[in-house]
Ligand binder design. Structure first.
Ligand SMILES: NC(=O)c1ccc[n+]([C@@H]2O[C@H](COP(=O)([O-])OP(=O)(O)OC[C@H]3O[C@@H](n4cnc5c(N)ncnc54)[C@H](OP(=O)(O)O)[C@@H]3O)[C@@H](O)[C@H]2O)c1
Length: 304
């Protein structure tokens, strides 16, 4: 009988792509969503309501479920005010708390939790090459704090004897949303430019590889922390140039200075200003093979 997977945040960029492939591979999919208009069953996906802020969850979502994939969280790429910062943190921690409370209360037998995490946990550095094993490698930024709290909230699943896996995801490249269209649109329209010094490392992953990586973890029942980034991170200047090259557009504007980015985006500018060069060796050592090793191939595949 097909395995049933429960996915939170399944309506987002990663969730949509992952769900599509899991369905093709014959998995049954239950989804927990905050959107009431989706409830019911559509295209072989069964939608159930939850509101992690009020610990509200339809426990029928766990019917036949052995694995939970957690992708829920309010968007990082929005202006950071007191209220959006609180939502960025709480939506992630409360989602895990709500799942854990329901599993405990209804004595549900879950084998594995696979949760999204992010490379934003690592400190901002132009020189370090981050591997998962260095537990002291955590930054002092807001984003790093969020990710530390997010990861800490998964410990309660381990305490219940549930296999727990964390994927520290890098910048997901997809042509349907996320970072790539935001960088490519200005370049396409002749006003693209390198951000700040352009020396900051950007550890990226092609959406197809990320989806395959989730399924690799699921099918191999791997546990622990894994960086979900391609083997060759690039500096921001290379990313901008690779996109311009594929789109056959010139880059003639000067770099956008750091102060200007801070003025436009406020403290959220740290998302593009911080540098994290992240290593993919651990997941590769488990037999995972990336399709997109080099940025040029990934960008070419997505933009042409
Ligand atoms: N995309 C990236 O480059 C990237 C990089 C590193 C880490 N990540 C992490 O990976 C996860 C998935 O990323 P994504 O790009 O697919 O995100 P996304 O497109 O923003 O989707 C996240 C989903 O979370 C749910 N959600 C939104 N606000 C929520 C709230 N307040 N409470 C509970 N659920 C809420 C929504 O699903 P419903 O509307 O159905 O509830 C939404 O579709 C996120 O946690 C993200 O932080 C992403």
């Amino acid at each position: 009988m097909a395995e049933t997977i429960l996915i939170t945040g399944a309506t987002g960029l990663v969730g949509k792509a992952l769900t599509k492939v899991l369905l093709v591979q014959g998995y049954e999919i239950n989804v927990l969503t905050t959107q009431k208009r989706l409830l019911g069953s559509k295209n072989n996906i069964h939608y159930f309501f939850w509101n992690p802020q009020s610990n509200d969850i339809d426990s029928k979502c766990f019917n036949k479920v052995s694995t939970v994939i957690n992708l829920a969280g309010s968007p990082i790429a929005q202006r950071w005010t007191k209220s959006t910062k609180s939502s960025i943190l709480n939506s992630r921690v409360q989602s895990l708390n709500t799942l854990a409370n329901a599993i405990r209360e209804h004595k549900i037998n879950i084998k594995q939790l696979i949760s999204a995490s992010a490379i934003g946990i690592y400190p901002d550095s132009k020189t370090h090459y981050y591997e998962e094993k260095n537990v002291n490698s955590v930054g002092s930024s807001f984003l790093s704090y969020v990710v530390q709290q997010w990861e800490a909230a998964t410990h309660q699943f381990q305490s219940m004897g549930i296999k727990t896996t964390l994927l520290r995801i890098g910048i997901v490249l997809d042509n349907k949303g996320g970072a790539l269209p935001k960088i490519a649109t200005p370049i396409q329209n002749y006003y693209g430019a390198v951000l700040a010094s352009g020396e900051q490392w950007q550890s990226w992953i092609h959406i197809e590889d990320l989806v395959r990586l989730f399924i690799h973890i699921l099918e191999s029942r791997l546990e622990g922390v894994y960086n979900a980034v391609a083997p060759n991170p690039v500096q921001q200047v290379e990313l901008t140039k690779a996109i311009a090259h594929v789109l056959k557009k010139p880059l003639f504007l000067p770099n956008i200075p750091e102060f200007m980015l801070k003025l436009i985006f406020g403290s959220m500018s740290s998302v593009v200003l911080e540098s994290q060069r992240v290593c993919s060796k651990k997941i590769q050592s488990t037999g995972f093979k990336f399709t997109y090793h080099e940025l040029s191939a990934a960008v070419d595949n997505l933009l042409t």
